[in-house]
Design a protein around this ligand. Structure first.
Ligand code: ADP
Ligand code: 5GP
Length: 196
């Protein structure tokens, strides 16, 4: 006698996997601006808050833009396996706290990471289902204008960031989607559509 239980023929839709989306792009292209604009209208979008050894810029607050840590604390985060990915960028270290990302995905909440190219590559390695979005400037001249115009970095740091930008721009084809940041409103709308 068969003990098999018929489950009927109507297909059960698979549980929808919440999405992990990575937003990368050269420093000064407008990542933070676009994400802030999108979250003003859609505060339900969860953005991971990274740890960094960089000093806060005027107006940046602990736990909002970043968790600001010193080198020793960052070493401990790495040693304890608490970072999903991390990278050194233009003289400072940045990393994504692992547990908060996993908790939100588990709870069915789409997750957005705003991280650099090296971090995006690590996420692709460890989470193949992640969606990688590249934010590109309308032109190199406009990128330089934005990074300089922001007025938050010294000329030396701007130079280091532009060096990194050349490498990041050359890696655009590694990403699933490119959005060109001509209009903050348009890109924020496009990014929101990708997250859903
Ligand atoms: P990122 O987070 O990528 O380093 P920011 O969001 O800090 O870049 O933006 C860098 C500068 O460019 C800021 O001064 C911002 O106001 C400006 N900016 C961002 N998006 C645009 C845009 N679409 N057009 C003009 N300026 C922009
Ligand atoms: P900023 O100092 O301008 O805030 O950030 C510098 C660069 O570090 C940006 O490209 C930003 O996306 C990246 N970044 C921020 N947080 C992280 C992180 O947790 N991991 C990695 N790999 N990069 C990050």
């Amino acid at each position: 006698m068969s003990t098999a239980v018929s489950r009927g023929t109507s297909p059960v839709p698979p549980a929808r996997q919440p999405r992990l989306t990575v937003l990368s792009g050269p420093s000064g292209v407008g990542k933070s601006t676009v994400v802030a604009h999108m979250r003003k209208a859609h505060p339900e979008v969860w953005l991971s808050v990274s740890c960094t050894t960089r000093k806060p810029r005027p107006g940046e607050r602990e736990g909002v833009q970043y968790f600001f840590v010193d080198d020793e604390q960052f070493d401990k985060l790495i040693a304890n396996g608490e970072l999903l990915e991390w990278a050194e960028f233009a003289g400072n270290r940045y990393g994504t706290p692992r547990q908060a990302v996993l908790d939100h995905l588990e709870a069915g909440v789409p997750v957005l990471l705003e991280i650099d190219l090296q971090g995006a590559r690590q996420v692709r390695e460890s989470m193949a289902e992640a969606q990688l979005v590249f934010l590109a400037p309308p032109s190199w001249e406009e990128l330089v204008r934005r990074l300089t115009g922001r007025g938050t970095e010294s000329p030396e740091v701007i130079e280091r960031r532009l060096e990194a930008a050349r490498i990041e721009l050359a890696a655009e084809s590694e990403f699933d989607t490119t959005l060109v940041n001509t209009s903050v409103e348009d890109v924020a709308r496009e990014l929101l559509a990708l997250l859903r």
